[in-house]
Design a protein around this ligand. Structure first.
Ligand code: NOJ
Length: 812
């Protein structure tokens, strides 16, 4: 069963059957202001932080589903009938109304045809201004003149999620609203500069024009489905100091048959004056600034996407890589992982491991943000060499006068309390940063980044903004030394609080995943060290030792063991009844370069044999059923859910990459296809979630909901899918001085093309596969000239900025 389709030309996912089983979401905004909305305009807006600066309110995990939102109501003033341009909240019968939602790149269009009126609400945020534009169009398709009242409505929040959800004895009396000069202003009295506004073109001073009070607009014993103001046909001019506030504005629109009119509502950050300025800008006659802002947003995304475009025989891979997967990966980097309908602002900041991985995925399309994330992470590293698992970058910025005075006394922690100890360190966190830094340098060529100095989190002095600073290269050494030091009796890295798997809590036990990751980080670090001409002999030695320990202790004769508990029991090995085979150890054994080819092949065969399902690879098999605290929380999660043998999406691309390292392109594609959301577009009765987004996990076969996908958008799965598909399957890897071409594809592919922009030069690459192989490059020419090519891969030397280069590659 399907509910929509991929519109490749407009880069939109079009939901043309609107009653999708769960919320299908999208993000608007690319800088400081961001909105998360579903297919029926339910959702919320925030400025910089979803936890501390929530602009509009959201009632998560509730019924009716995912309310409130940013709604446009239309009322026929001749009949009293009313509806919304998004299907909900009024929810007209789908027998009489047609609704479409177009999820585009940082915008959403809600379209509706009902009772002879076509209407559209487009939500987007201009690149330059923290203001949300609601661009509304209405056209009369009937043969009679129509008199309509159009209401824009959103419910304001008290900024801080805590104030918004608890302690109403203060928050309800510290925020006020007022209407003047056509602008609704809410004032969070306790917060310096705490203002929001709602306004529209063509305002009026009439009291029927506005309501600032939610409960007056909605009415007692009513909901957003049937607000009294809409039912009655006008607002009542309400405002008050204290209470719950909303932006509600009513426009009167008359339409002759065939006539179309456009109006704009604006919801933004700042006070009345800011609202007036934005209104003059975006609502000037002809709305030309709104049009150019929308166009600029399109250009913003095109510029990113054009950095890498592919054309392969696989339509799904083309659609995902060319648009949706990069989009998802970018959104994760822009807003971190804590703004969605699942993470609704209770935690914010940066997760060390997640952010490190996210930053690695987009250095070509977002070098600025990748770099600033790397710097934030470097500052969140302790001088012991472990990262702060969850931290706010502001902790490591020079202290400024706090603007927020809580209305009740909430003790503020000392800075020193923010630096957690080894007990709370996750063994993998900081290791991810090393490849991310090296990949950033490979992409940008900015070798000098390695020599920049930053303080460590525990040495940082908030008063002066300084601290003991060392180079990026030194920070990397600290991380590698930490992992070399924190090993258990088998010489394998300790699992500590957790490794990548949040629910595997080995403590003093040992984690194969971390040792393999240590190896991977060492491979990257040594490559950089060699390029910089540094003495890296200590780390080359460390790498050999790690590899030897892994082969000696983790190869169990059939595949790679996942680790050891603190009492020395093996996990993920043939003698186990539950959790016998794990994804992380087997994929990372290969991906890290530590496994021998022979062992690597057997390990990945075990992955195929034990973990493959038609919806992707399970994290482990068989699922755990008995609580076992030496293994961790995973044993207390229901079978088939989350880390307990669900199809956890994030590690799936590790398997695609590992298979390409073994030269098995058909197997890599088999795994890619199983997880690919595009392939499930017509299986929504099973998948339920959006087919344009990877989800954190898909329910595994041990559970009755096998195949159902959960937690879209905010997951490292997109970044890793992008990384594995482009760098390993299509095989295009920037190196310090060369672009490496090393594809591993299905043997049935006759050819494919990639257009890659790298260091300001364009590479138009055509790869031919006349012999039907999966791997191997026998010839490569750049602008007709042969370049270095071994039987495995080719190396294209970096070309001058501004040049366009024609590259032909022959596999064989
Ligand atoms: C989600 C967390 O954000 C991530 O850090 C972790 O690696 C995965 N869950 C797996 O446990």
């Amino acid at each position: 069963m399907k509910y929509g389709y991929f519109d490749q030309t407009n880069r939109e996912y079009v939901i043309d059957r609107i009653d999708v089983p769960v919320s299908w979401t999208n993000y608007i905004g690319v800088k400081d202001m961001c909105g998360v909305f579903n297919h029926t305009a339910g959702g919320y807006l925030f400025y910089k932080s979803p936890e501390f600066h929530r602009v509009t309110r959201f009632r998560p995990n509730g019924v009716p589903m995912d309310r409130p939102g940013h709604y446009v109501y239309v009322r026929d003033d001749d009949t009293g009938d009313y509806w919304t341009l998004s299907w909900q909240p009024v929810g007209k019968s789908l027998d009489s109304a047609k609704y479409i939602c177009r999820h585009g790149l940082s915008y959403i269009k809600y379209q509706c045809e009902y009772s002879g009126i076509w209407g559209e609400e487009t939500l987007f945020i201009p690149l330059e201004d923290p203001a949300e534009i609601w661009d509304v169009k209405l056209r009369n398709h009937s043969d009679r003149k129509r008199r309509l009242s159009v209401f824009g409505y959103a419910e304001f929040s008290f900024h801080r999620i805590q104030s918004d959800n608890q302690n109403f004895q203060m928050s309800l009396y510290c925020a006020g609203s007022s209407f003047q000069d056509g602008v609704i202003e809410t004032d969070l009295f306790y917060e310096a500069g705490g203002y929001q506004y709602f306004t529209a073109d063509g305002g009026s001073d009439d009291s029927q024009y506005f309501d600032c009070l939610r409960d007056v607009f909605i009415g007692a014993y009513r909901t957003e489905t049937n607000p009294i103001a809409v039912e009655r046909g006008f607002c009542s001019g309400s405002s008050e100091l204290g209470g719950n506030h909303c932006g509600a504005l009513r426009r009167v629109v008359e339409l002759e048959p065939g006539q179309e009119k456009r109006l704009i509502f604006l919801l933004g950050e700042g006070n009345r004056q800011a609202g007036k300025e934005m209104r003059s800008k975006y609502c000037a006659p002809g709305f030309s600034q709104a049009d150019s802002a929308f166009k600029a947003l399109g250009n913003f995304w095109n510029e990113k996407l054009e950095k890498l475009q592919i054309s392969t025989p696989h339509d799904g891979m083309n659609a995902m890589i060319n648009t949706w997967t990069l989009y998802q990966a970018e959104i994760n980097v822009m807003f971190s992982r804590f703004a969605s309908f699942i993470e609704v602002g209770g935690r914010t900041g940066l997760g060390y491991r997640d952010t490190s991985q996210d930053a690695m995925m987009v250095p070509h399309s977002n070098p600025k943000k990748s770099r600033s994330r790397l710097v934030e992470l470097l500052k969140g590293l302790t001088s012991d060499g472990y990262g702060l698992h969850l931290f706010s970058p502001e902790w490591f910025e020079k202290q400024t006068e706090a603007a927020f005075k809580s209305p009740t006394v909430v003790p503020r922690p000392q800075k020193s309390d923010l630096i957690h100890g080894l007990n709370d360190a996750c063994a993998d966190d900081a290791l991810w940063l090393i490849p991310s830094i090296v990949e950033f340098i490979r992409e940008t060529g900015e070798l000098s980044f390695a020599e920049e100095k930053f303080p460590y989190a525990d040495t940082f002095d908030p008063e002066t903004g300084g601290g003991t600073s060392e180079t990026v290269f030194d920070h990397m050494k600290k991380i590698l030394d930490f992992s070399a030091r924190e090993i258990g009796p088998h010489g394998i890295c300790k699992g500590l609080r957790a490794d990548w798997n949040d629910c595997l809590n080995l403590g003093g036990g040992e984690s194969a995943m971390v040792s393999f990751l240590h190896h991977w980080a060492l491979v990257h670090f040594c490559a950089l060290g060699r390029r910089l001409g540094k003495d890296i002999s200590k780390y080359e030695g460390m790498m050999v030792k790690v590899r030897e320990s892994c082969e000696r202790e983790l190869w169990n004769g059939s595949w790679y063991t996942r680790g050891f508990t603190s009492s020395g029991r093996a996990i993920g090995s043939p003698e186990n009844k539950e959790g016998k085979v794990h994804m992380e150890s087997n994929t990372w054994a290969v991906l890290s370069g530590a496994a021998s080819p022979e062992h690597g092949k057997s390990a990945m065969d075990a992955v195929d044999e034990f973990l493959y399902t038609p919806y992707g690879l399970k994290l482990c098999d068989p699922a755990f059923s008995e609580p076992d605290d030496e293994v961790g929380f995973v044993t207390r999660v229901y079978k088939g859910l989350k880390e307990n043998a669900a199809i956890f999406s994030h590690p799936n691309p590790w398997a695609w990459a590992a298979e390409t390292m073994l030269g098995r392109g058909d197997r890599a594609m088999k795994f890619y296809d199983a997880l690919c959301p595009y392939n499930q577009n017509d299986q929504i009765e099973v998948r339920k979630a959006e087919p344009y987004m990877y989800c954190q996990f898909v329910v595994g076969p041990d559970h009755s909901a096998f195949g159902r996908a959960h937690h879209p958008f905010m997951t490292g799965s997109a970044g890793w899918s992008y990384f594995a598909a482009t760098r390993f399957m299509l095989g295009l890897r920037p190196d310090f001085d060369n672009l490496i071409v090393d594809p591993c594809i299905p043997s049935s592919w006759p050819s494919f093309n990639v257009r890659r922009v790298w260091r300001d030069a364009v590479y138009d690459i055509t790869v031919e596969n006349p012999k039907g192989v999966s791997k191997g490059v026998v010839e490569c020419k750049v602008n007709g000239e042969p370049v270095k090519c071994n039987s495995k891969s080719a190396e294209i030397p970096v070309q001058s900025p501004g040049t366009k280069n024609h590259v032909t590659v022959v596999m064989g």
